[in-house]
Design a protein around this ligand. Structure first.
Ligand SMILES: [Zn+2]
Length: 89
């Protein structure tokens, strides 16, 4: 359910190398990125949407908007699931 919400409507254009994304920080120390957008305004709407989703449940990941390269975003969606690296955006 969460992954569907998080990855739905990926409408950022492939030509853009840097994206806006919602970063989730879990209590366990790992993080993930979702809701990639080209512009800050729509990224903020995604942040609000994600926040209201989580506010209904018992788990409260820390949420914020970040600028992330498309390369990093793709990595986190595949090879770096459960990433805990401190130097991520
Ligand atoms: Zn990371």
């Amino acid at each position: 359910m969460w992954q569907i919400l998080f990855s739905a409507r990926v409408d950022a254009t492939p030509s853009t190398s840097t994206l806006w994304a919602v970063r989730l920080d879990w209590p366990a120390g790992d993080h993930e990125f979702g809701c990639p957008r080209d512009d800050e305004a729509s990224a903020r709407r995604e942040l609000d949407r994600v926040r209201s989703f989580w506010s209904r449940g018992p788990m409260r990941p820390r949420l914020r908007l970040v600028r992330i390269s498309r390369h990093d975003f793709d990595l986190h969606a595949t090879a770096r699931r459960g990433c805990k690296a401190p130097d991520c955006p």
